[in-house]
Ligand binder design. Structure first.
Ligand SMILES: [Zn+2]
Length: 634
């Protein structure tokens, strides 16, 4: 039996400046994994924090006329605000400047010193200040830092050293015996090569600056920032202050990190733990970078995308969805405006948003919004039920592998199946035939049940959308009271009242990012018209008999309408707003004496009137009660 706890961490971020979308990506991924395990009934602890010491912070603070603490307080507040905006459900936030953390770091340092694995020596080496790292001459690339490419400087100081070399073989054995320890496999192979190249003892104290945790053995030295930062994973679960809690959650199930810091987490950190006599984490997962025009996003390269701006513009779930869906989790992924808008429009507005909208609209139309008792299952209905069960099984196994993007693709494949089920089951046709009441009830029940199941599926990734759908379904318990692994088809109670709502994800019309602040729209005065001018418009009610897509024209639908005994063909720009079958049977307002024209080779004899909102939605005009086709609109 595995234990029923799950401990996940993000790296603790460095407050030298604001966070960018790459940090948001790591943290959103950790949040999705944490929420997923909570939804499976696990006792989850999700830790994040800030890494606040080091020479660079000391220097930046001085430049801005602040103490290091004043400076980091301001930046860390920004981190916490961003996590709140992004719906990050962390359980604790460790700041390395907290007293509880000082005590843990000093305790571990002293413990290892007393065992003889930290000793005093003289250090002379090449140091990269931005990376806070010493490098042996052999690792420099063209005389520069091998990690960031910036110039390094020679530093010499009396220092404490950590006997890493002593543990190299033991670490290698551990990595080889535990293939899951470093993932994905490509990173694991890199680390094995690195260790086989030989580990040198690590300098774990500094005397060249003060902004750090003091070495407990001797004044004038501060502890190396990575030794300090990595130890936060112990602080956050009560290493010194709550032994019971520590026993419960340690070892960590996953340290989620960017690939550039896998080395610190899979070599230095495990050796610190071995030396301190603690168990090693179960997994270090190094995800790829979020690239912007295929270049790593970093402040120095001036291509940072501000997550706050994106969230304000598109909403938190659109950003969460995009990050988790677009980037294959272990690999690098590209951020582009076009890709973001494409995902929002296709996956969120069309596939999911439309499914919710059309299901609730039909429920309202056929059952006054009340979910009916389902009739007997036909093969079509059984196939949907089995599809839901298969989707759940796949989702569980993909989430165990941390394959978040494929997990989302799998959920969206099911959403596509539900949309297809509507098309095939054609509830609008069943509704016209009184003998098909049982079948209609089954179809409409299944749609409500599908939405319930989809809410559970999407909750870890886009939690507020999931809860909104759950609420619209009129369910009186909380989504988070349910267990995903135990979700059974048919738990949607008949009699529940479904509440329609505004579109979950309005379509984004801008195909390009705004280059600058948009100018105030010019108001063009629309001239007045006399009543006789209006009377020249022959606007009539037309019943849609058939609707089809036009090959090669993704905005157009070809309609056949009944104008009261007269049939006409109309080409209408509605394909991005309605599926053809949604329009069949509808009564629409038609400008009937518009001069006929040919569009894409199809004759169009009139124009369907529709309301177009600024947010991009388009809805047809119709009447609120059955009226004869051909009725004059005046
Ligand atoms: Zn560097």
């Amino acid at each position: 039996m595995g234990k029923n706890t799950f401990y996940i961490t993000t790296p603790i971020y460095y407050p030298s400046d604001k966070l960018h979308i790459g940090h948001a990506y790591t943290t959103v991924a950790a949040d999705a994994i944490a929420r997923y395990h909570r939804l499976n009934g696990k006792d989850v602890f999700f830790l994040t924090g800030s890494d606040e010491h080091g020479q660079k912070i000391e220097r930046v603070a001085k430049e801005r006329g602040k103490t290091p603490k004043e400076y980091v307080d301001g930046i860390v507040k920004g981190f916490q605000d961003l996590w709140q905006k992004l719906d990050i459900s962390y359980d604790d936030f460790v700041r390395t400047t907290e007293e509880r953390h000082y005590r843990v770091v000093q305790d571990i340092f002293r413990e290892i010193y007393e065992k003889g694995d930290i000793y005093k020596g003289e250090y002379k080496g090449w140091y990269c200040t931005p990376c806070e790292t010493f490098f042996p001459e052999t690792r420099l690339v063209d005389g520069n830092c091998p990690d960031c490419g910036r110039p390094v400087e020679v530093l010499q100081e009396e220092s404490y050293f950590f006997r890493m070399s002593k543990y190299a073989d033991r670490l290698l054995q551990h990595i080889e015996a535990n293939p899951e320890f470093i993932q994905p496999t490509s990173r694991r192979n890199e680390m094995v090569q690195f260790i086989k190249g030989g580990l040198e003892d690590l300098c774990v104290s500094r005397t060249t600056f003060d902004w750090g945790i003091p070495v407990p053995i001797e004044e004038g030295h501060v502890i190396y920032v990575w030794f300090d930062a990595l130890t936060n994973y112990l602080t956050g679960i009560g290493y010194l202050d709550d032994k019971e809690m520590f026993q419960k959650y340690w070892p960590a199930d996953v340290h989620l990190v960017g690939k550039e810091i896998v080395r610190f987490h899979s070599i230095i950190w495990p050796i610190i733990l071995m030396a301190a006599g603690l168990e090693l984490p179960k997994k270090v997962y190094g995800h790829g970078w979020l690239l912007f025009d295929s270049d790593k996003m970093s402040k120095s390269k001036g291509n940072v995308v501000d997550p706050v701006v994106l969230i304000d513009q598109f909403g938190v779930d659109a950003i969460r969805y995009f990050l988790l869906r677009e980037i294959s989790f272990g690999s690098d992924g590209n951020f582009s405006w076009e890709a973001l808008v494409g995902r929002i429009n296709a996956d969120l507005a069309n596939d999911l948003g439309n499914l919710v909208h059309r299901s609730s609209a039909m429920m309202k139309k056929y059952y006054k919004g009340v979910v009916p008792e389902p009739g007997p299952e036909r093969p079509l209905d059984a196939a949907l039920r089995e599809d839901a069960a298969n989707t759940r099984r796949k989702l569980v196994s993909l989430m165990e592998e941390l394959d978040l993007s494929t997990a989302l693709a799998t959920i969206w494949r099911f959403i596509g199946s539900v949309n297809k089920y509507i098309d095939e089951a054609a509830p609008w046709a069943l509704a016209r035939d009184e003998s098909k009441g049982d079948e209609l009830a089954r179809v409409m029940y299944n749609l409500a049940e599908s939405l319930r199941v989809i809410s559970l599926f999407i909750y870890p990734f886009i939690p507020s959308t999931a809860k909104e759908i759950w609420a619209r379904l009129g369910l009186d318990d909380e989504l988070t009271d349910h267990l995903l692994g135990q979700a059974r088809w048919g738990e949607m109670p008949p009699g529940t009242v479904i509440r329609p709502g505004s579109p979950l994800f309005p379509r984004i019309e801008d195909e390009k990012p705004p280059a600058k602040a948009p100018e105030a729209p010019q108001k063009e005065a629309i001239p007045e018209v006399a009543i006789d001018e209006f009377a020249r418009m022959d606007i009539r009610l037309a019943r849609v008999l058939e609707a089809d897509r036009i090959a090669g024209a993704d905005k157009l639908l070809k309609l056949k309408v009944d104008l009261g005994g007269e049939e006409r063909q109309i080409v209408a720009g509605l394909a991005q707003h309605y599926r053809p079958e949604e329009l069949v049977g509808k009564d629409v307002a038609l400008l009937a004496n518009l001069k006929p024209t040919t569009i894409r080779g199809e004759l169009s004899q009139g124009m369907v009137l529709a309301a177009a909102a600024k947010d991009g939605r388009v809805r047809i005009l119709t009447v609120d009660e059955e009226m004869p086709a051909g009725s004059k609109i005046r």
